[in-house]
Design a protein around this ligand. Structure first.
Ligand code: NAG
Ligand code: NAG
Length: 262
């Protein structure tokens, strides 16, 4: 347990760290100009690479810098480079359902994607037609360019009655808003069916007024029909019926009054 022993220890460690740091500093000084992504080493010296959009026409010499020239039309280079020629833009072949989504320029490549309704498939390395969602399923929107359809089952209150790769589930018709009543419930594959019959709850007082009117009309029509039938019957049988009827009425009335007197 000598307290001095503890104090001595940090010193060798510190020395080692200093030595390491010194070495690191030396390597940095030597390599730093040519480790940059914007330089290359040639004839023992560090020279500039060419910026994106240009290619290396001539390498540097002991006395001159690199000579960089711009890419031609329909060519590009998108990095700091020492290429001796530019890359050619790819062709977005409409016959293969491809379309350019980024035209490209001297510094960026042209980007192709499948046209609307198609998506890129790695299996065939071609554009495939997007899947259709069966009735009861809708496409998740927005439909993403170059992506296959994502089908989702229609939630309660929504329906899809056709196969489609672009249509989402549609909401059921609200019969109440149309002033109609629901005649048939909706499903995930079919819409609600509304009926144009008068609504069960008319807006104002007619709630009591209407049934009484109907009863009155019914009574009048029954009376009319009875009158017509009676008229026809009366003409056929002649006055004999009226006489009989009068006789019967008189007899009935006589009995009724007789009963009352007793
Ligand atoms: C080249 O296209 C890229 C990507 O489309 C864009 O970011 C860049 O600004 C364009 N450069 C020029 C010079 O138009
Ligand atoms: C119909 O619309 C009305 C008013 O917006 C609403 O109160 C009602 O809940 C809706 N009915 C259905 C079945 O969605």
């Amino acid at each position: 347990m000598d307290p001095r022993a503890r104090r001595r220890r940090p010193l060798p460690a510190l020395l080692a760290l200093c030595a390491l740091f010194g070495r690191l500093q030396v390597t940095f000084q030597i390599t730093s100009p040519c480790t940059s992504e914007r330089h290359y080493e040639h004839l023992g010296r560090c020279c500039n690479k060419c910026e994106p959009g240009k290619y290396l026409s001539s390498k540097c010499t002991a006395t001159s810098e690199s000579v960089c020239l711009p890419c031609g039309p329909d060519e590009y280079l998108d990095t700091w480079n020492e290429e001796d020629k530019c890359l050619l833009h790819k062709v977005c072949d409409t016959g293969k359902a491809l379309v350019a989504v980024e035209p490209g320029n001297r510094t960026a490549p042209r980007r192709c994607a499948c046209t609307a309704g198609y998506h890129w498939s790695e299996d065939c390395r071609c554009c495939r037609r997007n899947a259709e969602c069966a009735p009861g399923f809708g496409a998740r929107l927005p439909v993403q360019l170059n992506k296959d359809t994502v089908c989702e089952p229609c939630l309660a209150g929504y329906f899809s009655d056709a196969s489609s790769s672009t249509e989402k589930c549609k909401p059921w018709t609200n019969c109440t808003i149309l002033g109609e009543t629901e005649a048939l419930h909706g499903t995930d594959k079919s819409d609600v069916v509304c009926s144009s019959l008068p609504p069960t709850k008319p807006p104002n007082e007619p709630q009591i007024y209407l049934p009484s009117l109907i009863i009155l009309l019914l009574f009048i029509s029954v009376a009319l029909v009875a009158a017509v039938i009676f008229g026809v019957y009366y003409r056929k049988k002649g006055k004999a019926l009226t006489a009989n009827l009068w006789h019967w009425v008189n007899e009935a009335c006589g009995r009724l009054s007789g009963n009352k007197e007793m």
